[in-house]
Design a binder for this molecule. Structure first.
Ligand code: TRP
Length: 339
């Protein structure tokens, strides 16, 4: 079992990132260790340059994200935690895979269409080839399990297509160069929505701070954001079906359920018939109980440059070693170095 996943260091990590991705990393890191495998979690800083960015900000976001991951329970003694930029093999393998990836495949990627919008001609080439770098990220390590959100499924399918074509074209069936990775999309893939608009995802790019709970928010701020969250005047129903046309109510119940580790029906069994005057304070309390310790560890770690640098340096050294044999095999398979 080899778990590999990446997360982009842009903006402040929030509750949606925690419930949708980071919490799942912690679970998988423990499973991988128990199974005698490895778990590699990296900050996708090379991907971050596909959009306009500020270099100083990218650097500080990267360190802040390391502090966040560790505060959330990613343990540098169990998982290999690093940033792409310190492992040149990611960029090298991407170039090798550019020979295998087809224009037609990349043209079908919906993320490129979304992110480039109307300005396709002005988009960076990196934004277009982004999925090939993502394929290199996982194929480099012979990943078996790749935890991602629903929106990354298409990129993972592309990674499989690239691996398959490369193996077909340049390797024998007995000795494939790459392992085909499987995406793992957490079942509770908690789609956490904005606190201001139940139809929009909770996002670091939302202009309203009140739309999201940041992992760095202190207890009072978290409680205030829940108190001000948009709702409707109805009391909570006693079954999930009653939430169908109430996206804001559904979102708050989803958050409660995800934090408590139960399903929405069981939350409604407790709170059905109650209004938000009762439910919101209970949610705020649960939120502070679960995120408070994370926020504290984050604050302790975030300015400890030396520790953060050391974590990344050690992780990168481990990653370089694990990736080396596959990178060499790819060079050999392509006839670039002697086989
Ligand atoms: N593209 C992913 C995202 O935006 C981040 C990412 C980069 C990634 N490389 C990866 C995720 C490799 C999984 C595996 O969420």
């Amino acid at each position: 079992m080899r778990v590999v996943s990446g997360i982009q260091p842009t903006g402040q990590p929030h509750l949606g990132n925690y419930l949708g991705a980071i919490r799942n990393y912690v679970k998988l890191q423990d499973e991988a260790v128990a199974a005698g495998g490895e778990c590699l979690i990296f900050l996708a800083d090379l991907h971050a340059i596909s959009m306009p960015h500020d270099p100083a900000e990218l650097h500080s976001s990267t360190l802040e994200l390391v502090a966040t991951l560790v505060a959330c329970g990613v343990d540098p003694n169990k998982a290999i935690l690093f940033n792409q930029a310190q492992v040149p093999a990611h960029a090298e393998l991407q170039w090798l895979l550019n020979g295998t990836a087809r224009m037609g495949w990349l043209n079908r990627m919906t993320q490129f269409k979304d992110k480039s919008g109307k300005n396709r001609e002005g988009a960076s080439v990196a934004l277009f080839t982004y999925p090939v770098l993502q394929a290199a990220d996982v194929l480099l390590y012979q990943a078996t399990h790749v935890p991602v959100g629903e929106d990354q499924k298409q990129h993972l399918e592309l990674a499989r297509d690239i691996a398959q074509k490369f193996n077909n074209d340049f390797a024998s069936e007995e000795e494939p160069v790459f392992t085909l990775p499987d995406p793992i999309i957490p079942p509770e893939a908690a789609r956490i929505m904005s606190l201001r608009d139940g139809s929009a995802k909770m996002s670091k790019s939302d202009v309203s701070e009140m739309s999201r709970i940041n992992l760095a928010d202190d207890a009072d701020t978290m409680a205030k954001k829940i108190k001000k969250a948009k709702t409707d005047p109805e009391p909570l129903p006693s079954e999930t079906k009653g939430l169908e046309d109430r996206p804001e109510a559904l979102n708050l119940v989803t958050i409660y359920a995800a934090l408590a580790g139960v399903n929405a029906d069981s939350v409604l069994a407790d709170f059905g018939g109650q209004g938000f005057g009762v439910f919101k304070p209970a949610l705020a309390e649960l939120l502070v109980e679960k995120l408070g310790p994370i926020q504290q560890r984050f604050v302790e770690l975030k300015d400890d440059r030396e520790s953060l640098d050391a974590i990344l340096a050690r992780g990168a050294a481990q990653a370089r070693e694990i990736g080396m044999p596959t990178l060499k095999s790819a060079y050999k398979a392509l006839g670039l170095i002697r086989g």
